[in-house]
Design a protein around this ligand. Structure first.
Ligand SMILES: *Cc1c(COP(=O)(O)O)cnc(C)c1O
Length: 411
């Protein structure tokens, strides 16, 4: 029989836009014994997780719970549950994840209208509002922080414009939740989808979502139609029921409600992990956590610029938790990434689509977002570029970053 080596993953410094390093407290939480899904001890942990999610999403919504699956499972659950075939969905696209929203909405049978912004920039909210007034969509689906381009979209007036035409506003905040303010209620967001493996620093495998009664009303209406038609003996194909059992929010919320109607088997170990991750976020404090992300971003950017590197994207809409760097000419971006990984144990990200081979992306998210990692990646990148003969200012980057840290401490 073939034997397999002991599992011994390397200790990496992960500076990508996810997955990122996980706090040892979360890893420890994942090693506790399993509880049954209806054990009162476990349902209490589920309830506490819902409470903490409301705080992190900055909402009073009743519904805030994780979907089991990666972040796109949260996106699919919301979209498949509210899009009825033929509904018009408006998607403003300014990067790769806007296209994911289009792809999912189309599979749900939506009539999709898009507006596009050049990658590396975001929309003036006025342009989105104009499109909402013109298209009068049933749903507007958009991305808050685009990890593909390192840009963050402002929501000024967009929520109100949606209410004006009675559209539901669905926001992918996978990259931003826990690292950048996401004000669900204040911005009038109807459904928000978060991710675990980015700024929450929990392994990939769950997607926390929240939604309000406007979303719930649509979900409930579909449930009633479905039940009514079934009772009349109508074939299921004539019913605009939710086309997924696993992702049906109506069934999921019955499971997360005191009714505890059986649906799936909750992922015990991931729930422990998410609960601990959220506890860490709230113990740090949201405001402190957001300013920590800004502080390390400032140090990283100062270091990169002191080295002589150029950032990609409009600085006015830079996403604090992802920094995109133009790959200097004369060097292969993948050679640099390989050396960082193999000689320094550091992972940074490449890019896709039109940006493939053009930029690197460095994440400063959650547990990975700390002074040691920022200084480590700057030193390693400088040495690697110098090794490959790229003309960088040697000796400047770390000094610039250290100066940011010294200054921030004095503040
Ligand atoms: C990472 C990411 C996703 C997809 O997450 P998965 O966990 O890979 O499914 C979606 N949207 C945004 C903005 C992301 O950054």
């Amino acid at each position: 029989m073939r034997t397999y080596k002991d599992l011994s993953p390397s200790l990496r410094t992960i500076m990508t836009p996810g997955p990122v390093e996980v706090d040892p407290r979360v890893l420890r939480a994942m090693s506790y014994p399993i509880l049954g899904q209806f054990d009162p001890e476990f349902t209490e942990l589920m309830n506490e997780t819902m409470e903490m999610l409301r705080d992190v999403f900055q909402t009073n919504n009743q519904w805030a719970f994780p979907i089991d699956g990666t972040s796109r499972s949260g996106i699919e659950a919301v979209l498949v549950s509210i899009i009825e075939p033929g509904d018009k969905v408006l998607v403003p696209i300014y990067g790769r994840f806007g296209n994911l929203l289009v792809e999912i909405a189309e599979r749900c049978g939506a009539e999709v209208a898009i507006i596009e912004q050049e990658w590396g920039a975001v929309f003036d909210p006025i342009d989105i509002i104009t499109a909402i007034e013109r298209e009068k969509p049933t749903i507007v689906a958009m991305v808050h922080g685009e990890t593909s381009t390192g840009c963050i979209q402002k929501f000024d007036g967009i929520g109100a414009a949606c209410r004006e035409v009675d559209a539901l506003l669905v926001v992918d905040a996978v990259a931003t939740i826990g690292g950048v303010p996401v004000k669900t209620d204040e911005w009038l967001l109807d459904a928000v989808i978060g991710g675990t493996q980015k700024c929450l620093s929990v392994p990939s495998g769950m997607s926390p979502i929240t939604y309000n009664d406007r979303i719930e009303a649509k979900v409930m209406r579909r449930k009633t139609i479905e039940r009514g038609l079934r009772e009349k003996g109508a074939p299921i194909s004539s019913v605009k029921a939710v086309a997924s059992n696993y992702f049906d929010l109506g069934m999921l919320q019955d499971y997360w409600s005191p009714k505890r109607l059986n649906h799936h088997t909750e992922a015990t170990t991931m729930l422990y992990a998410l609960r601990e991750g959220l506890r860490i976020v709230l113990q740090e404090g949201l405001e402190e956590r957001f300013s920590r992300h800004k502080r390390h971003e400032a140090a990283l950017v100062a270091g990169l610029q002191a080295m002589g590197l150029t950032l990609y994207g409009d600085p006015l809409c830079k996403l604090p938790v992802v920094t995109c760097i133009r790959i200097p000419s004369g060097v292969d971006g993948e050679d640099v990434r390989s050396m960082l990984l193999n000689s320094f144990g550091i992972e940074i990200a490449s890019s896709f689509g039109p940006l493939k081979g053009q930029i690197w992306r460095i994440g400063t998210m959650g547990f990975s977002c700390n002074q040691k990692n920022v200084l480590h990646v700057l030193g390693a990148l400088e040495a690697t570029l110098h090794w490959y003969g790229v003309d960088v200012s040697v000796g400047k980057a770390l000094q610039a970053a250290l100066a940011v840290y010294a200054h921030k401490r004095e503040e």
